[in-house]
Design a protein around this ligand. Structure first.
Ligand SMILES: Nc1nc2c(ncn2[C@@H]2O[C@H](COP(=O)(O)OP(=O)(O)O)[C@@H](O)[C@H]2O)c(=O)[nH]1
Ligand SMILES: [Mg+2]
Ligand SMILES: [Zn+2]
Length: 252
C-alpha cells in the first residue's frame, strides 16, 4: 500500500523531473521507488533553498496559500490585498492548471500579479520551487515586502513542495465538512495557520466549528485557526494582524 502511494506520487509529479533535470525511472522494486521519491524531493529542496536565499537577500516575506479548489483563496486574497496594499507593498504569484481568471481578479488590487498556468508543465497540481523561481524573475522584488503565492487548488501535494516560503496558510471553507483536517493531515501539519472561510454561510449548514478545530488540534497541536468570511470581511482583523506581524518580523 505504501509503495503504491509512492508510485502514484512519482507519476503525478513526473513533469517536474524533466523540468529540473532529474529522471524518474520506472522502478520495479519498492525500495527503488522510495529512492526516486527522495531524489525528486531533494531536487525541489535545493531549488527552494535558493529561492529562500533570494527572498532573504531582497527582504521579501513569502506566503504560500493552499486549499482545495473553491474554498476561497482568491476571494480571501482579494480582500486581504485591498486592506493591506497601502501599508505593505505586495505582489502575487497565482497557479492554476488553466486560465488567467484569478490573476485578473487579484490584479484589480493594484498588486503586480504573475499567473502560472501549469498546463505548460504537464498540468501539475502544485507549484514547485523552480516554477516559483521563474515567476519571481518577473517581479521587482526590491519594490515589495510581501509575495503571496496562491497555490494550485489541491489539499494533497502542494503541502509536500517547499517553494522557499516563510509561512504557509491553508484555507478551509465551512462547506467542505469538518473532517478534512483528519483526511488531509499532511496539509494541515505543513501549515502555520488555518483560515476557516465562508462563515457567512454557517446559518445554512450543519458545520460543527468545535469539531473542525478539534481535528486541527489533533493533527497539528497548537496551530491557530481563524474564522472569517472573505465575502463579508467578518473576522479579517485577527488574520491581517497575524500576517502583518509575520511580515514585520522578517523585514523589520
Ligand atoms: N458565501 C461566501 N462565498 C465565498 C466566500 N469566499 C469565497 N466565496 C465564493 O466561493 C467561490 C470560490 O471562491 P474562490 O476565491 O475563487 O476560491 P479558490 O478556488 O480557492 O480561489 C466563489 O464563488 C466565491 O465567490 C465567503 O467567504 N463566503
Ligand atoms: Mg483561486
Ligand atoms: Zn502535485
Amino acid at each position: 500500500m505504501m509503495v503504491d502511494l509512492f508510485h502514484n506520487k512519482v507519476r503525478l509529479h513526473q513533469g517536474h523531473e524533466s523540468g529540473t533535470g532529474a529522471q524518474a525511472p520506472a522502478a520495479s522494486s519498492g525500495s527503488r521507488k522510495i529512492k526516486v521519491v527522495q531524489r525528486v524531493l531533494s531536487v525541489n529542496e535545493k531549488m527552494a533553498d535558493a529561492n529562500r536565499r533570494l527572498f532573504a537577500a531582497k527582504r521579501v516575506f513569502v506566503l504560500n496559500v493552499m486549499s482545495s479548489p473553491g474554498s476561497g483563496k482568491t476571494t480571501t486574497l482579494e480582500t486581504t490585498l485591498n486592506r493591506i496594499i497601502a501599508k505593505i507593498p505586495s505582489a502575487v504569484i497565482v497557479g492554476d492548471i488553466c486560465t488567467t481568471n484569478d490573476a485578473d481578479r487579484l490584479a484589480r488590487s493594484g498588486a503586480p500579479v504573475v499567473q502560472v498556468n501549469t498546463d505548460q508543465f504537464g498540468g501539475d497540481c502544485h507549484l514547485a520551487a523552480h516554477v516559483i523561481e521563474k515567476a519571481a524573475a518577473d517581479i521587482d522584488l526590491d519594490a515589495i515586502d510581501l509575495l503571496i503565492v496562491e497555490n494550485v487548488g489541491n489539499l494533497v501535494c502542494p503541502a509536500e513542495f517547499d517553494i522557499g516560503e516563510d509561512a504557509r496558510v491553508v484555507v478551509l471553507s465551512v462547506t467542505e465538512g469538518e473532517d478534512k483536517p483528519a483526511k488531509y493531515p499532511v496539509m494541515f501539519r505543513a501549515c502555520d495557520l488555518a483560515l476557516l472561510n465562508k462563515i457567512d454561510l454557517l446559518p445554512y449548514l450543519d458545520f460543527d466549528m468545535d469539531l473542525v478545530k478539534r481535528y486541527i488540534e489533533q493533527v497539528h497541536p497548537g496551530m491557530p485557526a481563524i474564522e472569517l468570511s472573505a465575502k463579508t470581511e467578518q473576522g479579517f482583523e485577527p488574520w491581517l494582524e497575524w500576517l502583518e506581524a509575520r511580515v514585520r518580523q522578517k523585514i523589520g
